[in-house]
Design a protein around this ligand. Structure first.
Ligand code: UDP
Length: 330
């Protein structure tokens, strides 16, 4: 049996491929390399460059790899601000792409899919922490595109018996501890990589978007999870489906919240750098606080995240940034 990883050259996908290879699994990777990096993909994995919405291309992948019985799907656009400006790009690539993928999976009788969903499907939650059955009312096209993908999978399960696990991630941060793979986005919009770019002197200062939120220090509170821990959850989710379990959704977070100011403080402690920061106006679309209730993943999947300390997470990201100041440089 082998696993097909869509988007395996991306940030979380490449960490998952690494973990699968380390666990001795057969892995096939598909990535368009629009945002991914070939250098991030372990050489032991069989690599195809292409678009999952290209049905003939996907038919070729499944025909050439008849051992594939499960798909892990990371291949989506994920920038909230971009999705507000160009929603159709998200509904086309993410949502319509899912329809094409499921059509070909059904043709080839592939019955398992593990899907990267997001906390952005919850919108502005009424209470914390967030549970899987809380209302999903996204406030941006990115979150909406992923919620639609969840719904499409649900009906594909009903009609064709394709079982799915939707993993709703909270904020992902960190890199492989040996510094060989990490986060490399162009443009970079996420808090921790930007903080570390300031620490490296690549940016003059950090702008903290708002300090008048309804949180203890006024800055947004987020729940950070390491890509290795996410990777392990995906591998457990594939096993869960292979064991004949029903389709389900799981939150993945550490269940602990850190404010943006606390992240900057921790990054100063880890890096020993000053990291100049100023308060700027709100970015728009940021809920006050997002913290996951992730007991369900721990109980049902047996998920045991290792990186439960924000300093450890930042240390891994710092190692990547200091050894790869230009990212993958591709
Ligand atoms: N943020 C910030 N300055 C930046 C980038 C992000 O203050 O240069 C804040 C952002 O407003 C949010 C938090 O950091 O409160 C996490 O944002 P990020 O984009 O990393 O992840 P998101 O929560 O949007 O998934």
């Amino acid at each position: 049996m082998s696993v097909l990883v869509l988007g395996g050259a991306g940030y979380i996908g490449s960490h998952t491929v690494d973990r699968l290879v380390e666990a001795g699994k057969d892995v096939v990777v598909v990535d368009s390399l629009v945002t991914g990096h070939l250098a991030a993909v372990r050489k032991e994995a069989k690599f195809y460059q292409g678009d999952l919405a290209d049905k003939d291309f996907m038919r070729k992948v499944f025909t050439e790899n008849p051992d594939i019985d499960a798909v892990i799907h990371f291949a989506a656009f994920s920038l909230v601000a971009e999705s507000m400006k160009d929603p159709l790009k998200y509904f086309d690539n993410n949502t319509a792409g899912m329809v094409k993928l499921l059509e070909v999976m059904n043709e080839f009788d592939i019955k398992y899919i593990v899907f990267s969903s997001t906390a952005a499907t919850y919108g502005i939650p009424e209470k914390m922490p967030i549970y899987e059955d809380d209302p999903q009312l996204p406030i941006n096209p990115y979150g909406e595109s992923k919620l639609m993908m969840e719904k499409i999978m649900r009906w594909a399960d009903e009609a064709y018996g394709i079982k799915f696990v939707a993993l709703r991630y909270f904020n992902v941060a960190g890199a492989k501890p040996d510094g060989s793979i990490g986060e490399d986005h162009h443009p970079e919009t996420h808090l921790l990589p930007i903080v570390l770019q300031v620490a490296m002197g690549e940016r003059e200062k950090l702008q903290i978007f708002g300090d008048d939120y309804n949180t203890p220090d006024g800055t947004n509170v987020r729940d950070y999870v390491h890509p290795f821990d996410l990777a392990d959850a995906h591998i457990l989710a594939v096993d869960y489906l292979r064991n004949g379990n029903e389709s389900s959704a799981f939150n993945l977070g550490s269940s602990t919240g850190f404010s943006n100011l606390e992240i900057v403080k921790a990054a100063r402690e880890v890096t020993g750098k000053e990291i100049p920061a100023e308060i700027a106006t709100r970015r728009g679309g940021d809920p006050d606080t997002l913290i996951a209730a992730s007991e369900k993943a721990r109980k049902v999947l047996g998920w045991k995240p290792e990186f439960d300390d924000i300093h450890k997470i930042i240390e891994t990201a710092w190692k990547w940034h200091t050894t790869h100041p230009q990212g993958y440089n591709d």
